[in-house]
Design a binder for this molecule. Structure first.
Ligand SMILES: Nc1ncnc2c1ncn2[C@@H]1O[C@H](COP(=O)(O)OP(=O)(O)OP(=O)(O)O)[C@@H](O)[C@H]1O
Ligand SMILES: [Mg+2]
Length: 306
């Protein structure tokens, strides 16, 4: 906890993400002076939420921005305006100064009054009016994580808001897995694709997290994680102390944590059906996997995504 008057420590940088943070900083600048949207995409575990969190901290600490946050959730995806509710409930007190139609539209969407669902364009104007009002004192940053799980009603209206941010001093920063569909129309929003870390950065991250890690073990994790930070950290976590130090040999297949199993399952689910069948064959045939796949693959095109 900080003492009164004590400055918050600067946000630690993310390993190997200085180019991405430069894009995010430029976005924050444009957002704070005018208004802007940016969508961060990439596979599960690649570091989208980590980038969003760092951006939110910078917006708050460096620019005094008002940050509002929502994360799409699979179990709320069918609930109309669940996302908007999460995003704006903290500002419900500010609705009183909006015009009556705007206020009614927002209150109905947020479940603060009963009535027919508001017309989408009216709700869009109401949200923009609220953002204008909130950003009079300080810039606003709306952080929308896991947009692929956001309910359709929220995604629809926020897609419209995203295109009309000019002059509002509001930033909308989104994250979406590129393997998932979404109701959010991000066709006109600039995209920041987050790629796997290179081997050098992955090794540095491991050294920093576990300075005592045996070199051979580090090489093995770097090779198997494919530059995915979640995979790097979770593969490390799944090892015993003796495996980490090199006292015990590593098994042929590294142990997986629950999160990792989910990560790899997501990756496999995203592949085309013929490729999935080939991978299953390879998994059943310990050892000769890749060779077998090449023999039975109907075409190179089926093999490529694997
Ligand atoms: N560049 C990095 N340096 C260090 N740690 C990182 C980096 N990127 C991500 N991490 C860590 O890796 C883990 C996964 O990252 P994160 O949750 O941001 O992934 P994600 O892309 O949001 O995945 P999902 O699509 O599942 O939400 C987190 O523990 C995060 O702190
Ligand atoms: Mg995430």
């Amino acid at each position: 906890m900080l003492a009164p008057g004590e400055a918050a420590p600067p946000s630690p940088p993310l390993a190997g993400r200085s180019a991405e943070m430069a894009v995010v900083d430029a976005f924050l600048e444009q957002a704070a002076t005018d208004g802007a949207a940016l969508v961060v995409t990439g596979e599960a575990g690649i570091g989208k939420s980590a980038l969003l969190a760092l951006a939110a901290r910078r917006a708050d600490q460096d620019r005094g921005a008002l940050v509002r946050h929502v994360a799409g959730a699979e179990f709320e995806a069918d609930l109309s305006y669940a996302g908007l509710h999460q995003l704006l409930m903290a500002d419900a007190a500010d609705l009183s100064s909006l015009s009556a139609p705007h206020r009614t539209a927002l209150e109905t969407a947020l479940g603060l009054r009963t009535g027919a669902p508001p017309e989408r364009l009216l709700l869009t104007s109401a949200i923009l009016a609220l953002l204008q009002q909130l950003s009079a004192a300080a810039p606003v940053l709306l952080v929308l994580d896991d947009v692929h799980w956001m309910d359709r009603a929220t995604a629809g209206v926020l897609s419209l808001v995203a295109r009309r941010l000019q002059g509002t001093r509001t930033g909308m920063l989104l994250a979406q897995r590129d393997t998932e569909e979404s109701f959010f129309d991000r066709s006109t929003i600039p995209e920041l694709r987050v790629s796997p870390l290179d081997d050098e950065t992955a090794a540095a991250l491991l050294r920093e997290t576990r300075p005592d890690l045996h070199t051979a073990v580090r090489h093995r994790i770097v090779a198997e994680a494919g530059g995915n930070p979640l995979a790097i950290l979770e593969l490390l976590r799944a090892l015993t102390a003796d495996q980490r130090s090199g006292a015990d040999a590593l098994p042929a297949s590294l142990p997986l944590t629950v999160r990792l199993r989910r990560l790899f399952a997501d990756r496999v689910t995203a592949l085309p059906a013929p490729t999935r069948r080939l991978l299953l064959l390879a998994a059943l045939d310990h050892g000769a996997g890749a060779a077998l796949m090449r023999v039975v693959a109907a075409s190179e095109a089926d093999l490529e995504p694997a």
